[in-house]
Design a protein. Structure first.
Length: 105
């Protein structure tokens, strides 16, 4: 009996796709296999999502305006609300502007 599958459609930068495919080819796996492996890791370890997002630079997330920055910071703050790094969006923006805090850890 064949394993059931589901399709995922994503839009990515064509250059990134081409470079990633080259790396997968060297590793002997397909992009589909890699994505399956990573999604299985996410299912096992929810904290992985937070780590990936925390490591992402705003420019990689296509943050192009102050309002998009506020949304990014607000989401990050909500994820960290139970840590000592809890700031309001305004406090975080002020700290970033003064160079006291970086966008990501």
């Amino acid at each position: 009996m064949a394993l059931a599958t589901a399709d995922i459609h994503v839009k990515i930068d064509p250059l990134i796709k081409k470079k990633a495919e080259g790396k997968f080819r060297k590793a002997g796996i397909t992009m589909s296999e890699f994505i399956n492996l990573e999604l299985r890791r996410v299912v096992r370890d929810e904290r992985m999502i937070d780590r990936v997002i925390d490591e992402a630079l705003p420019e990689n997330l296509r943050i192009n305006s102050e309002s998009e920055l506020e949304v990014f910071l607000d989401r990050r703050i909500k994820r960290q609300k139970f840590t000592s790094d809890y700031y309001t969006v305004e406090q975080a923006k002020d700290k970033i502007m003064r160079g006291e805090m970086e966008m990501v850890k």
